[in-house]
Design a protein around this ligand. Structure first.
Ligand SMILES: Nc1ncnc2c1ncn2[C@@H]1O[C@H](COP(=O)(O)OP(=O)(O)O)[C@@H](O)[C@H]1O
Ligand SMILES: [Mg+2]
Length: 337
C-alpha cells in the first residue's frame, strides 16, 4: 500500500505515518462498503484530513473511483479517470462566491452519483472533509441523510459504496447523534509510538520526545505549530489564548463557573454533571473540550485514547482537545484573577 505524502508545514512534506488500525478499517470498508455513511468526529488537528487523504489512495488501489473533497479549504482529490468529473470539481473549487463551499459539498455527492449512473462505475467512494462548518451545523444531519440516500437509493446497481465524512465541530456531533442516518465514530490524537515516528521525521534540533508528547498529547497539528515556532511552548500557549479570545470567555463566567472551570483543568470529567452542563456545552462549542465516546473498539477509527489520562487531560467522558488547549485556559484563568 502506498503511503501518501502530506504537507506538514510550508516547505516540509512528510509521509503518512502509523494509523495501522485505521488503515485496516479502510480495507474492511472497501471489502464490504459502508452500510451507513461513517461520520468521524475528533479533536482539531488530530489527523482526520490526513487520514481521509490516505484512505482515498487506498480505495483507489482497491479498485474504487474515490472522490475526496476538503470543503473548508476548497480543495479536492479525484482518484478517477473520468475527466468530466474532474472538470466539474476544478470549476467548483475555483468559484469564489459565498456559497461555493456548500456547492462543493453537494457536488461531491452528485459526481459520485454520476460515476455510478453515467459512467457505470461499480465501486465508488466519497470522502467529505469538514463539510458541516460550511453547510451549517443544523444541516449536518441532512447532509448525512443525502449520503445515506446515495447508498440506499443509488441511480443504478453497484457493487460497493464507501462514504465517509469528518467533523471537528463539537456541536455537529450532537446534531448527527440525534439521527440514525450515519454511523458516528471517533478518532483521537495519535498514539504514542505512531506520534514518535512523526516526531522523528522532523529535521533539526528538537526537545526530548517525552516533553513533546506531554505538551501535544499526540496531536500532529500542535506538533506542526511547535515545530514552526522553534519549540517555543510559552508563545504557542499565549497565541492560542489571544487568538481564541479566551479572556473574553473567562470574564463572561460567574465566579462559580470559574471555579468549575478550574476544577476541570485538573479533571475534565468534573464538568460532566447536570449543573455544569451549560458551561461544558460552551467549551465544547468553542472546540476547547470534547465529548469522548466509550472506548469500544468498534466506535473508534484507529486506536481509542486511554480510559483516563489526567496528565494529558483525558477523562472517561470529557477531554481537553489537547494539553495545549488546557494550558491556555489555565493561563487565562490565572490572569483573570
Ligand atoms: N498520520 C499522519 N502522518 C503524517 N502526518 C500527519 C498524520 N496525521 C496528521 N498529519 C499532519 O498533521 C497535520 C494536522 O493533521 P490534519 O489531518 O490536518 O488534522 P485534522 O484534519 O484532524 O484537523 C497536517 O499537516 C497533517 O498532514
Ligand atoms: Mg481537517
Amino acid at each position: 500500500m502506498r503511503r501518501v505524502r502530506l504537507s506538514f508545514v510550508p516547505g516540509l512534506d512528510v509521509e503518512f505515518v502509523d494509523r495501522d488500525r485505521a488503515i485496516e478499517q479502510v480495507m474492511d470498508w472497501a471489502d464490504r462498503g459502508t452500510r451507513f455513511p461513517v461520520v468521524i468526529y475528533g479533536p482539531e488537528g488530530c489527523g482526520k484530513s490526513a487520514f481521509l487523504r490516505q484512505a482515498a489512495a487506498i480505495l483507489r488501489e482497491l479498485g474504487y473511483d474515490a472522490i475526496y473533497v476538503d470543503v473548508a479549504h476548497m480543495d479536492f482529490i479525484a482518484h478517477t479517470d473520468v475527466t468530466d468529473v474532474v472538470k466539474k470539481l476544478v470549476n467548483a473549487v475555483s468559484e469564489a462566491s459565498g456559497v461555493a463551499q456548500l456547492k462543493l459539498a453537494i457536488l461531491a455527492i452528485d459526481v459520485v452519483r454520476e460515476l455510478l449512473d453515467r459512467w457505470g462505475r461499480r465501486r465508488v467512494a466519497v470522502l467529505v472533509d469538514e463539510a458541516f462548518q460550511a453547510i451549517g451545523i443544523d444541516k449536518a444531519s441532512l447532509y448525512v441523510k443525502n449520503l445515506l440516500n446515495l447508498i440506499e437509493y443509488p441511480p443504478r446497481s453497484y457493487e460497493r459504496i464507501v462514504a465517509i465524512a469528518t467533523t471537528s465541530e463539537g456541536l455537529s456531533r450532537r446534531e448527527i447523534g440525534r439521527h440514525r442516518w450515519g454511523r458516528l465514530m471517533m478518532m483521537w490524537n495519535m498514539p504514542r509510538e505512531g506520534f514518535r515516528q512523526l516526531y522523528e521525521a522532523l529535521p533539526g534540533e528538537k526537545p526530548p520526545f517525552e516533553d513533546v508528547w506531554r505538551l501535544t498529547g499526540g496531536n500532529p497539528s500542535a506538533l506542526a505549530m511547535l515545530y514552526e515556532n522553534n519549540w517555543r511552548w510559552d508563545d504557542a500557549v499565549r497565541a492560542f489564548l489571544e487568538q481564541r479570545g479566551l479572556m473574553f470567555t473567562i470574564r463572561s463566567l460567574t465566579p462559580t463557573e470559574r471555579a468549575w472551570l478550574e476544577e476541570a483543568v485538573g479533571d475534565p470529567d468534573t464538568l460532566f454533571d447536570r449543573e455544569r452542563m451549560d458551561l461544558l456545552g460552551k467549551l465544547v462549542g468553542m472546540n476547547l473540550m470534547i465529548e469522548v465516546m466509550g472506548r469500544y473498539e468498534f466506535l473508534w477509527v484507529d486506536e481509542p485514547p486511554p480510559e483516563r489520562n489526567p496528565e494529558l487531560g483525558i477523562g472517561r467522558y470529557i477531554a481537553w482537545q489537547t494539553p495545549l488547549h488546557r494550558e491556555a485556559v489555565k493561563l487565562a484563568l490565572s490572569e483573570a484573577k
